[in-house]
Unconditional design. Structure first.
Length: 391
């Protein structure tokens, strides 16, 4: 009797299940809706353009706009920059960016020559199919270069668009890693919207230099546990842990920008956090020169920076202040100056000391990140200066 009842109860349930299968009555999935980002407008004295909310925005000459790979920077001064906040490392380097820069055309040269010179130091990836050709930028005739570079374990597509307006060269650089094809395509689509809305203004303000900030004294002494000591037959000094030390003119120590003082490198210190493609963009170096017969420190000093200005002309680079400084009892001649080599600024500080017929140059160089970081690096350099002994 119970089995018969169960049999009849099962029939309606089976019929219900069968009807659902036959008629296709299943839950309808909710469609995934991708919200359209809010479109904002950026404008300064140089350009204006539309961009989607969520991107990081940088105004002209903002030193925080540091693009990666750092060793593949081009010359030029930042007009405006955009960066994807999801593609940034702990040191503030941005991997996916749109940067707008301007370059001065030296007297007697052309846009093609400026473009050619900009790529002399770029480490292009030979396996990448490079494309180039004429395009249009903000209604101006332009030329586009597309190429690849390596940065760490990733490869990057670099797209630069060059145009000329009045006496300036305008460059728009779109740099992005190629590790995720979907994200890569989405960013390329986004940049098309930015380029289509770009307006390059008439009568842009002239390039104006500002003074290089002076080093900030360390407020409290650095504990001895954080210091190391170096000594050879030429110099001795203390330095902060975390710096990689090179001695005896080791060719592996290469620092940036490439300003050559000649002579020999007595010792070099490089910050591994700012090491890319075999080059340090934050370093301390001691160089030794022998004064030739008939010359002196002042002549060599002036001639060195005169040659440097050929590579980093006044319009885009060297802005110097000179003064006498005391280095652990020695009176030296200090030059602090700023070089724009690629997108970020490089703050350089050289101290020239003479002992007999020899000159010792202490070079304290760093890519500019932010004011606090810059001050901390300069304070750590003071530890070396205050403990320096020249034998």
């Amino acid at each position: 009797m119970e089995k018969s009842l169960l049999k009849y109860l099962a029939i309606p349930a089976l019929l219900t299940l069968t009807c659902n299968v036959v008629t296709g009555i299943v839950p309808t999935p909710t469609p995934k809706i991708t919200p359209t980002p809010e479109i904002l407008r950026f404008e300064n004295n140089f350009v204006s353009f539309d961009y989607p909310a969520g991107l990081l925005v940088f105004n002209s000459d903002d030193p925080a706009f540091i693009t990666y790979p750092i060793s593949n920077h081009l010359e030029g001064r930042l007009v405006a920059g955009l960066a994807d906040p999801q593609e940034m490392n702990e040191y503030g380097n941005h991997y996916r960016v749109v940067g707008i820069f301007r370059h001065v055309i030296p007297y007697g040269e052309t846009l093609a020559k400026v473009r050619e010179d900009a790529y002399l130091s770029v480490n292009r990836y030979d396996g990448w199919v490079k494309t180039s050709g004429p395009v249009t930028l903000a209604g101006l005739p332009a030329y586009q270069e597309t190429y690849g570079v390596h940065g760490g374990e990733a490869s990057y597509e670099m797209r630069d668009i060059w145009a000329e307006k009045d006496t300036l060269v305008i460059r728009v650089s779109i740099w992005t890693p190629f590790h995720n094809p979907e994200n890569f395509a989405a960013f390329q689509s986004l940049t098309t919207q930015i380029l289509n809305s770009l307006v390059i203004k008439d009568d842009a303000p002239p390039l104006v230099e500002t003074a290089t900030p002076e080093p900030t004294p360390l407020p409290t002494p650095i504990p001895a546990a954080m210091l190391l000591h170096f000594e050879n037959n030429i110099v001795a000094f203390d330095y902060l842990k975390g710096m990689t030390l090179y001695s005896n003119n080791t060719p592996a120590f290469i620092c940036y920008p490439a300003i050559d003082f000649g002579g020999e490198t007595v010792v070099g210190l490089g910050d591994s956090r700012f090491f890319d493609f075999g080059t340090y963009s934050r370093s301390i170096r001691i160089t030794r020169l022998v004064i030739p017969s008939g010359s002196n420190l002042e002549v060599i000093f002036s001639e060195t920076y005169r040659k440097a200005e050929k590579k980093f002309p006044t319009e885009e680079g060297i802005l110097a202040t000179n003064r006498l400084v005391d280095v652990n009892g020695w009176t030296g001649l200090q030059k602090t100056y700023r070089v724009y080599s690629g997108e970020p600024a490089y703050e350089l500080r050289d101290i020239w000391l003479q002992k007999g017929n020899e000159i010792f140059i202490l070079s304290i160089w760093t890519v500019y990140t932010n004011a606090d970081d810059f001050a901390a690096f300069q304070a750590s350099a003071e530890v070396l200066l205050k403990s320096l002994q020249i034998k």
